[in-house]
Design a protein around this ligand. Sequence first.
Ligand code: UDX
Ligand code: ADP
Length: 467
Amino acid sequence: MKIQSICCIGAGYVGGPTMAVIAKKCPDIKVTVVDLNEARIAAWNDEDVSKIPVYEPGLSDVVAEARGRNLFFSTDVDKAIDEAEMIFISVNTPTKTYGEGKGQAADLKWIELCARQIARVAKGDKIVVEKSTLPVRTASTLKDILENTGNGMNFQILSNPEFLAEGTAVEDLMAPDRVLIGGDQTEEGLKAIDALVNVYARWVPKERILTTNVWSSELSKLTANAFLAQRVSSINSLSELCEHTEADVNEVSRAIGTDSRIGPKFLKASVGFGGSCFQKDILNLVYISRSYGLNEVADYWEQVIIMNDYQKKRFSNKIIKNLYNTVSGKKIAFLGWAFKKDTNDTRESAAIYVADHLLNEQSKVSVYDPKVTEQQIYSDLDYLGSRAPEENKDSLLVVDDPYEVCKGAHAVAVLTEWDEFKTYDWQKIYDNMLKPAHVFDGRNIMDKKALRDIGFKVHAIGTADDN
Ligand code: UDX
Ligand code: ADP
């Protein structure tokens, strides 16, 4: 079966870039991305491609090439479902904030709404593809809804989790390590798998396209994120030991990373991992394990999150301790708010928690990030709910210039590893700060020696203070 038209529900960080790359690589397939959010769709359609709502290196070029040719963004969800042979579901699945499983289980409200809408609208057979990260066994829920509320059409459900990382989305999509496609191991299921394999096979070598049953595919996505997050928490747990023993965590990472069994990636000690996936997916894994009565399994993975929360707290405490145990009324400048470099996404960013902790200590925080908007920063803080929005406005200031943000500050905290931070004129920053001037490097990216030569007191994750 050769697919001619695809629809994707959800024009976010996953749906947008993924569909843009499919459209670029398959000019003969019509790809329509739909979303309920009108402002988001309008931004994807902005004539000025630099205004698209997701910042990713290289993405605007891909959109510029395919948009209007075979890539379309629209709010007409019904029409797009009706026209498509294959429908990707790429809506958000945040952690539940209420009721049973609150704080751990994935909220599948939006997934269910999509399934009901597809069932209502579909006038022909469809292949429905789970793109969002979902708890294992979600496909059976989808199937149930589609079959019981539909008009008697046939639905095949595939799981095709996205492994792209933000900041390198286009690169990851163009040359993925692997593409994973899970489906029913029946004749119809295998046909559906084959149809999707043929889409990716236009640019991905066949041996990199793995096919499995649906459940393995769903669980593999959660597992991949849990393993990656675990590596970060493992190295972060040792970063504290390094600070006490004069070992340098960067050197330890390099030493163990050259062991080919371990490998060099995801060993960068940091103020803690953020992003929309890691925490959510691990909590989800914990919840599922507990729901099967597997308490040891649940506790094992929960510790990854506990370690991550501790690392964020520990970083804020390091700032407070070094500023003579009080930051009340002191200005602390943040470089970076995004959860990592090269993205404007701030979900679960460590910066939010560090700021919250410092604001509780009555510090004045000022923030500069090259890609995150002021409105986003306030909404992240307001969402935590520790204090009233007016109070957040009073005690946190967003500044659009990196030199301005540091003026008159007691300390600069590096919260995101943006490359540009390394190229600033740090002498100029130093001259305009209160003394002693501190740098707290939460990302381990700065040249400690150069900063010390200027006169800064430098504190990095995973190195003893005077090293
Ligand atoms: C992740 C997975 O990598 C991706 O495959 C999945 O599809 C979605 O979740 P993403 O959240 O975009 O991608 O970012 P990632 O690069 O994995 O980083 C996650 C967090 O860990 C970031 O806050 C990052 O700064 C942090 N991190 C990563 C470290 O602190 N140290 C490291 O060595 C690597
Ligand atoms: P991700 O990082 O997983 O892509 P986002 O939150 O960036 O997550 O994107 C999910 C998108 O899905 C949002 O833009 C949201 O408006 C959209 N969405 C959620 N539910 C529906 C729905 N039922 N129909 C259409 N769009 C939806």
